[in-house]
Write a protein that binds this ligand. Structure first.
Ligand code: BES
Ligand code: ZN
Length: 650
């Protein structure tokens, strides 16, 4: 580190004290007070109201041997006269910091106290007119955003793979940055990778290998920094439409082409509802199985989980969801993580509209009901837990991990709020309002209060409509006017589930005398869609006789179905029922898949029984090595709630 002048040390020292919460009294120095309060509230130490990045240029060298990114983050900043620039870092090694563009010279910097959640503030001494700050750094083995996969964890098994996950506050663990959703930046990147691998980012992307392994990226539209993303691997490309296509390992590219064939239609449907797609190109990158989410809406390049390749296009609503984020989330962004429902609730609502447009209302309603069931059960858990106020749309996440806001409240209560509003005002007026919302706020951030105001002035007041908006946004639970959806097809399978549970043999093959034909059994695999099977399994009693479950498996093979939604549902029921027959398949599943939505409930169910818990811990020791940090840390919380030491680091 540079030798730091004493006045800078004292200035920074006071700020560190403040930002660590050890000062709550009056201070004569207003500058310090404002920095301290605003930043920690927003899950960031940065002082973006004083000085903020406008454009970021990244020089990155991706070293697979050491699983390290060597980088320079060149921040072009808007400085309102500040003599300190504060960035967020987490588990990064900072080598030096310079100021200037072209003519760089080193400057003093100090790294503040470590916080397990937020990381550390990086204070850089600048001049009141400094515009360029360049941070030389490298990632470490504690970097949480990056997943480095050995070849054996990829489909092809020959090449390594690396990808990033930035949302919510992990970008600071691979780039020193002002990690707040409310600051939008454009970015460029020069990336060097091994010659036989392709690099991709959430930017304008290459389609072919560069013989020297050098790639240049531009993201010309301003984005919040949680959307900066990178992936490097043995990756092929196929076009699916005029402005869309899919990237994946070559071994899976044909399957991707089949599964995602409706992408151009989805883009068309979305544009028809809420206006032009603003990001030129829309591609999907299918990641390896360790990817912790179903999808992540990195602009121009949605990251997708390979479990979406169900083979029958039954899980494509996840693609509709990530595409919808191109409007809600990426174009209009939640100002803080407390407003997360503005990203996800809008997106689930919009996703459902896209699904309705493509596959009809019956299918869209079934999807929404499945989600609503999840909301009801999660609300129950939240109500019984430490933070019952988490059933509000507007969240209180100070001193908490923003990940804790990632519940179906933001997603499904948010979407049902918008559905209820739509029902109240009519689709025509509602769409007109939402179009305006996206247009007025394009490339901006919005708070819940800002949305509420716009809703009142542009939709409710002019049309003389009264609506319990405040209750929906700021009160716990589900308001009684919540729209109620019904599905005849679900009711039919639920009746079958009741009949099966009460002992009726639904697999008996009846012979019809008249036609001399054999009548098929009532339950056959191809008779129902994925969502109907989910509704069927969910409707069975939460604890069943294992023999009955065995019978269903003998006839329908839920345990080896190859559809991850059905498998998860089935395994959870199996675990609760003490049905040992699932164990070999369950073990395979836990070893292969890293999507948290599936993995966490399985470990949760296993942890509820002492023998299963021992088994789960054993499985996790090996399987956990293949998970991304996001999933691994959630599983550790489930299996080791008392924070016993666990060695799972790769
Ligand atoms: N943006 C989210 C994923 C996310 C949220 C990552 C918060 C980190 C913090 C993404 O769009 C998402 O919601 N994925 C869902 C898809 C589903 C709701 C269709 C998932 O992965 O399950
Ligand atoms: Zn989402």
């Amino acid at each position: 580190m540079q030798i730091v002048k004493s006045s800078f040390i004292i200035f920074v020292f006071i700020q560190i004290l403040f930002s660590c919460g050890s000062s709550n009294g009056e201070s004569n120095n207003k500058k310090i007070v404002s920095i301290g309060t605003s930043t920690v509230l927003a899950h960031s130490y940065s002082n973006t109201t004083k000085i903020n990045t406008k454009h970021l240029t990244l020089d990155l060298d991706i070293d697979f041997v050491n699983k390290t990114v060597y980088g320079v983050a060149r921040h072009e900043m808007e400085n309102h006269g500040s003599d300190t620039a504060i960035f967020d870092i987490k588990a990064l090694e900072i080598q030096k910091v310079t100021i200037g563009n072209g003519n760089e010279h080193e400057t003093d910097f100090i790294i503040g106290k470590k916080d397990d959640l937020l990381g550390q503030p990086l204070f850089v001494k600048i001049k009141k007119d400094t515009k360029f700050v360049n941070i030389y750094y490298k990632t470490t083995d504690k970097t949480e955003a990056l997943d480095w996969l050995d070849p054996k964890l990829t489909e092809g098994k020959k090449y390594p793979f690396m990808y990033s996950q930035g949302e919510a506050i992990l970008t600071r663990s691979w780039i020193p940055i002002q990690d707040v959703p409310s600051n939008r930046i454009t970015y460029s990147a020069n990336v060097k990778v091994p010659k036989d691998l392709l690099a991709l980012m959430s930017a304008e992307n290459p389609r072919n290998l560069n013989p020297e392994g050098k790639y240049h990226f531009e993201m010309r539209q301003p984005i919040p920094c949680y959307l900066i993303a990178i992936a490097v691997g043995n990756i092929a490309y196929r076009k699916l439409g005029p402005n869309c296509g899919v990237y994946s390992e070559p071994e899976l590219i044909q399957k991707c082409k089949y599964e995602f064939v409706d992408m151009p239609k989805m883009i068309g449907a979305a544009e028809k509802i809420y206006g032009k797609y603003q990001w030129e190109q829309y591609d999907i990158l299918l990641l390896p199985y360790s990817f912790p989410f179903g999808g992540m809406e990195n602009p121009r390049l949605t990251f997708a989980n390979p479990t979406l390749l169900a083979g029958d296009r039954s899980l494509v609503s996840v693609i509709a969801h990530e595409l919808a984020h191109s409007w809600s989330g990426n174009l209009v962004t939640n100002a803080a993580w407390e407003d997360f429902w503005l990203n996800e609730g809008f997106t689930v609502y919009f996703e459902n509209r896209i699904m309705e447009e493509l596959y009809g209302k019956e299918v869209a309603d079934m999807l929404a009901i499945i989600e609503f069931q999840e909301l009801q059960s999660e609300m129950k858990t939240i109500n019984e837990g430490e933070f019952p106020e988490d059933t509000q749309l507007k969240l209180a996440l100070t001193n908490r991990n923003p990940d804790e806001g990632m519940t179906s409240v933001a997603y499904v209560k948010g979407a049902f709020f918008l559905k209820t509003l739509e029902q109240k005002v009519g689709r025509e007026l509602f769409d007109k309002f939402l179009k305006l919302y996206f247009k007025e706020n394009a490339f901006k951030t919005v708070t819940t209060e800002g949305f509420e105001k716009l809703l009142n002035t542009e939709l409710l007041k002019p049309n003389n409509i009264t609506f319990n908006t405040k209750e929906w946004l700021y009160a716990k639970g589900l308001p009684s006017n919540c729209i109620h959806l019904k599905s005849q097809r679900f009711e039919d399978v639920q009746t079958l589930a009741d009949r099966f549970a009460s002992g009726e043999d639904l697999f008996k093959v009846k012979k019809s005398k008249k036609r001399k034909k054999q009548k098929k059994s009532v339950l056959t695999r191809d008779k129902f869609s994925t969502q109907e099977w989910l509704a069927f399994i969910r409707h069975l009693p939460t604890k069943m006789d294992p023999k009955q479950l065995q019978k269903l498996d003998d006839k329908l093979n839920f345990k080896g179905w190859g559809n991850s939604e059905i498998q998860t549902e089935w395994y959870v029921l199996g675990i609760h029922s003490g049905y040992k027959g699932i164990k070999p398949n369950l073990k395979k599943f836990l070893n292969k898949i890293g999507r948290r939505k599936y993995i966490a409930p399985l470990y949760q169910a296993l942890s509820e029984n002492p023998d299963d818990l021992i088994w789960a811990k054993k499985v996790f020791i090996k399987a956990g090595m293949g998970y991304h940090f996001v999933t691994r840390s959630s599983v550790i919380e489930i299996l080791y709630p008392h924070k016993e030491h666990v060695e799972t680091k790769k």
